[in-house]
Ligand binder design. Structure first.
Ligand SMILES: [Zn+2]
Length: 385
């Protein structure tokens, strides 16, 4: 396995990467080119853009928010530029208490109206189970809900401008340049956020899920988007985007709370408080699939910003990436599944480029050199059958 010589990313990553002759990944190079941008000019471009959308009778912009540090940053920006924003939340039912308090506090801290949509728990449990068995991601419904429901409301309230935070594939993997001013589209939603699945893939008799249960996952039509003139811009094209800095802004100015307890799979306590499994079993499945997890992702952010050495980053990868988290038991109970069933199904998603079977164990290469065994084989992916 090839690893970036600058950060800790492996060549087989959830966000596609390329390497230059020196072995530096496209994500690290995107961070380098970010530093060359004149961000005060970008701020003025942003001002010009939002000035075109100010209006006397309706909302100036829509903010899809989870209550996280980046949501607070988006609301902070909207407030600073004097915009009347409507905040919209897709609530996936598994918030940490700190995350829930952060979410509910936003309407008071920013004086914006806030709509929170909560699907029925029964439908969410069925979507969790099906997301896992079908795509290897129990939180597929979260990605789908977050990237769909706010746009439905943008159409309903006729708000032509929505602010997204960063484009993950660009910030982590360098998919686009910040000079492209990439915007949110139905294609981006389907291919990146939803991993190439959409709600019809979840109409499933065995789970008793019908189209009627998933109206909140149905993306507006092209005609509706054209009629409202709806655009989704990424703030990361206009402001230097750094989640650690955003957490500081939220903590210092808006009574925002980080997680009270350490997570099992990352050193960061400021990410993904909107879902107790996002840093836990959801991320453990990323390790099963790709051989790395948030230990790597979060170390990379810090390495690229110069706040962590690559050596310390690799120590974080070694400490966190393989850990089977404690919240697995809660999730199994939530959806009614046994741990053996979970392990066997999870094994079916192992990537051939990462994993091999040696003496009944799953084995892979390590960034710190050599190979290790990471537990017994319980299920087989198609390539191993
Ligand atoms: Zn890199």
């Amino acid at each position: 396995m090839q690893y970036c010589t600058s950060c800790a990313f492996p060549a087989v990553a959830a966000t596609p990467l390329t390497f230059n002759a020196a072995g530096v990944c496209s994500g690290c190079r995107a961070t380098e080119s970010k530093r060359a941008i004149d961000w005060s000019t970008r701020r003025e471009l942003f001002r010009k853009l939002v000035d075109e959308y100010r209006n006397d009778s309706g909302y100036d912009c829509l903010l899809p928010v989870s209550g996280g540090k980046d949501s607070y940053f988006a609301a902070h920006v909207a407030k600073e530029f004097g915009l009347k924003a409507l905040m919209v939340t897709y609530h996936g039912n598994n918030y940490l208490p700190e995350g829930e308090r952060n979410l509910l506090r936003m309407k008071d801290e920013f004086n914006f109206d806030h709509i929170i949509f909560r699907p029925s728990t029964d439908v969410l449990i069925r979507l969790n189970r099906l997301g896992f068995t079908k795509t290897g991601d129990m939180n597929w419904h979260c990605h789908a809900g977050i990237f769909t429901y706010p746009m439905q409301l943008a159409i309903r309230f006729r708000i032509p401008l929505a602010f997204w935070g960063d484009h993950g594939f660009t910030e982590q993997g360098g998919m686009y340049s910040h000079n492209d001013f990439f915007e949110y589209t139905a294609k981006d939603r389907y291919e990146h956020a939803l991993h190439g699945y959409d709600w019809p893939d979840f109409v499933e008799e065995s789970e008793n899920l019908s189209a009627k249960d998933m109206q909140f996952l149905m993306y507006p039509s092209d005609d509706q988007i054209l009629d409202v003139g709806l655009r989704g811009i990424f703030l990361s094209n206009y402001f230097y985007y750094d989640g650690t800095v955003h957490a500081d802004i939220a903590l210092k100015n808006y009574h925002w709370e980080a997680a009270e307890q350490d997570f099992d799979r990352t050193f960061r306590r400021t990410s993904n408080l909107d879902d107790m499994h996002e840093n836990g079993v959801h991320d453990y499945l990323k390790f099963i699939k790709f051989g790395y997890g948030r230990g790597t992702d979060h170390a990379n952010y810090e390495i690229r910003e110069g706040r962590m050495t690559r050596k310390t980053g690799i120590a974080m990868v070694r400490k966190y990436d393989h850990v089977k988290p404690r919240d697995l038991q809660r999730w199994l109970c939530y959806v009614g599944m046994s741990e053996d069933e979970f392990d066997a199904l999870a094994d079916e998603f192992r990537d051939k480029r990462v994993w091999r079977i040696v003496d009944g164990q799953w084995v892979k290469d390590n960034i710190w050199g050599g190979e290790s065994a990471y537990g017994p084989v319980k299920g087989l992916p198609a390539w191993a059958k």
